[in-house]
Design a protein around this ligand. Structure first.
Ligand code: NAD
Length: 486
């Protein structure tokens, strides 16, 4: 194990859902794979008055599905310590400091510290300030801060939050999680784009007709109604995940595949996305909200728990982004994301330009079907290329044929989960798959103009049935560009 992979993890919000569902299982997988050996310790903190034993039991429960051996389990949980702590109470931090220093000595952690804020963002400023003021951040080792979305609710609130955090942590110490960036196939976008001269050479407006990014969910808001009703699909899915995917698809080739160069290329791509005027928002973006489905018994969004009965919050967004640079001039990037759609699917289509069908008779002249590169992010992971071939039979008729690659379920079972990957990246100090402040800021600028325009108008909601493909206005949007959702 290198020095880099020695650290004390302090998890704020240790009794919460994220910690139990994602963080402990991810730490366990890293432990099992040998990335965390003796030299690591975890302090869990939250308000509940738990003992180490109660905490260790909770951690054990959260990793039962991995069927750890008793030795493995005992060894793993022995590294976990609990400290009851109200983050608003400055006196509690001294207990945390004492425990941190004790564990540092005990496990020889070289003053390397990772602070994971698995808590509501309004606590971030207070926690980071206290960590610095009370000397819980160290002078000798590394100090890294992992924070969850949402990062602000618009550009101004994100800026204030960032300023608060910057008072204690520098930008290169801040690891903003967008768990999409930990997904295998999102990281594969660059491999497919830049690892195949076939695609590298045609990744531009001479050959690409349009790009489509879909992040569809089958579920409704479940028990997140209270939070979601103040957010909506635009802020919850477009500002972060969708724009991150677009930036990876649209960026210029980075000078080198290093954190610095990839980030600069992504930031440049986001900066090239046109900021729309109110009129352009109306032309290029549509929204929707799901209605009940009497056939399946699914409730309307407005009937969900903790959602206002007249809520105007969108559960669906579709839009056309315009990227103002030479590579993408004239190529629409269509994006959409929504809840309660017919299936859960994150998928990207690169639709190539078509040509006149040279085999068609004069009477039946027309265009060839488009060649399409499809990248499946989830639940299927893989990619396919739709090419044209001859239909079997007497006629010389062209038909689209799909060459498809799908990762095997065995490979998927062994592939790291997003949070596992991201925790390891942070441990190694690699921020490539985290969101830089400049990316957050520009994404908010793009989204803010849409939000502000929409907030001035009353939408005609609900406008799509639960379990359908979304509102009709999303199809009409593409029709204006003579395109259809693939
Ligand atoms: P949660 O409500 O389940 O847990 C919150 C934790 O914070 C609990 O441990 C609670 O004890 C602790 N806490 C609250 N007030 C405290 C205080 N004053 N002092 C000390 N501890 C306090 O929330 P969660 O679902 O785990 O989410 C945590 C963060 O992660 C949120 O910002 C959320 O938006 C984000 N997030 C969660 C998920 C997820 O899958 N759960 C996914 C993406 C982002």
């Amino acid at each position: 194990m290198t020095d880099e992979q020695t650290a004390l993890f302090t998890i704020f919000g240790a009794t919460g859902d994220l910690a139990q569902r994602k963080l402990y299982p991810s730490l366990f997988r890293l432990f099992r794979k040998g990335f965390l050996n003796d030299s690591f310790a975890v302090i869990g903190t939250a308000r509940r008055d738990w003992s180490n034993d109660v905490y260790r039991n909770a951690v054990s429960e959260s990793i039962q599905s991995f069927q750890p051996t008793s030795t493995e389990l005992a060894e793993f949980i022995s590294h976990f310590y609990y400290q009851a702590h109200d983050v608003n109470n400055s006196e509690d931090y001294s207990l945390l400091q004492t425990l941190a220093d004790t564990l540092d000595n005990k496990y020889n952690l070289k003053s390397n510290r990772i602070f994971y804020l698995a808590m509501a963002p309004h606590f971030f400023g207070t926690i980071t300030q206290q960590l610095k003021e009370q000397g819980i951040t160290t002078k000798d080792g590394f100090n890294r801060l992992i924070i969850e979305k949402p990062f602000g609710s618009d550009y101004q609130t994100a800026l204030s939050l960032n300023n608060e955090i910057n008072a204690a942590f520098e930008e290169d110490q801040i690891f903003r999680i967008d768990h999409y960036l930990g997904k295998e196939m999102i990281q594969n976008i660059s491999a497919i784009r830049f690892g195949n001269p076939l695609f590298t050479s045609i990744w531009n407006n001479t050959y690409i007709d349009n790009v489509q990014v879909t992040l569809a969910e089958e579920l409704g808001v479940e028990d997140r109604g209270g939070y979601y009703d103040t957010s909506g699909a635009l802020k919850d899915m477009i500002q972060n995940h969708t724009l991150q995917v677009v930036s990876l698809l649209a960026m210029e080739p980075p000078k080198t595949f290093t954190e610095r160069d990839i980030r600069s290329a992504k930031i440049a791509a986001l900066n090239d996305i046109k900021l729309y005027s109110a009129e352009e928002v109306a032309e290029n973006f549509v929204r929707g909200q799901y209605d009940a489905n009497p056939n399946t018994g699914q409730l309307a969004y407005r009937q969900e728990p903790n959602v206002a009965p007249e809520s105007q919050t969108e559960t669906y967004v579709a839009g056309k982004l315009t990227i103002e640079n030479q590579r993408w001039q004239g190529v629409p990037f269509f994006i959409r994301s929504g809840k309660r759609l017919s299936k859960k699917e994150t998928i990207i289509h690169i639709v190539f330009k078509s040509d006149l069908n040279p085999f068609a008779t004069k009477e039946a002249a027309g265009l060839l079907p488009n060649n399409i590169l499809t990248i499946y992010i989830q639940p299927t992971e893989g990619f396919s290329l739709t090419l044209n071939g001859k239909e079997i039979g007497d006629n010389f008729k062209i038909e689209p044929l799909k060459l498809a690659f799908e990762h095997s379920s065995e490979a998927l079972d062994n592939s790291p989960e997003a949070y596992e990957k991201l925790l390891l990246d942070c441990l190694k100090g690699d921020g490539t798959n985290f969101t830089h402040w400049d990316e957050v800021a520009q994404s908010w600028r793009i989204v803010d103009v849409i939000r502000q325009t929409w907030d001035k108008q009353t939408p005609d909601f609900p406008n799509y049935i639960s379990g359908s493909n979304g509102p009709k206005c999303a199809d009409d949007l593409l029709a204006k560009d003579h395109a259809i959702w693939i």
